[in-house]
Design a protein around this ligand. Sequence first.
Ligand code: ADP
Ligand code: MG
Length: 248
Amino acid sequence: MASSDGAVDSASRGIRHNSPMEIHTRSEAIVVDNISKIYTTPNGPLKVLDDINFRAEQSESIAIVGVSGSGKSTLLSLLAGLDLPTSGTISIHGESLTAASEDKRAWLRNRYIGFVFQQFHLLPNLTALENVALPLELRADAQAGAHARTVLAQVGLGSRLQHYPRQLSGGEQQRVALARAYCPHPRILFADEPTGNLDAKTATKVAELLFELNDEYATTLVLVTHDEGLAARCHRRVQLLDGRLWTD
Ligand code: ADP
Ligand code: MG
């Protein structure tokens, strides 16, 4: 289906400035058209994202890079339906996040999305096992505990099930956060600097895990990272600069 001049290949990479709507035939996990984000601040409006277009196909892995303050976390939270853009549209697996009611957006997040926060956001009064099982319990999954144990074992924490977050190292907390995001097998996993707080050895371990899980479940992976090594392992890399998104 690809033409010899690579036009389809370049379209499937999907990110271009001010690109017109393209016709896509492959399964698209994320479709973003012309989004901008303007924060209201005491010093006036602050435009953080400026007319961004973005496509991600199912099972792709994509690294978003950019200097601190370039809007990476803002973009990730919009793609994950945690916040709304000032203008533009976002859909995941054919369902609009931007046109959805708050309830519908929560439902879409629950159905399709896992999110690994940079600061983990584990619940301090729950054990590792309880933290990971919680999203499944909220879905009334009778196997919540068993699934949580399996995924915690996968991330190498089978012997830390009853530990509370404060009893775990930063790397271990990051792996619990990853296990929690992955346990419901989300179609799309977002991770904000998943190796940012980790020593080199643990960072490598967490990266291995991300890509293993990505392979195993054909999950679409969208990572924000400063780690060029991690970015290089993704299928592609995009850069935020001056509010705009650039493909290398
Ligand atoms: P990054 O993740 O690339 O470091 P962020 O997306 O966190 O960048 O932030 C981008 C810019 O937007 C920063 O200048 C930050 O100060 C600003 N910003 C982020 N969140 C808010 C907010 N809720 N209100 C006002 N400004 C914000
Ligand atoms: Mg950030």
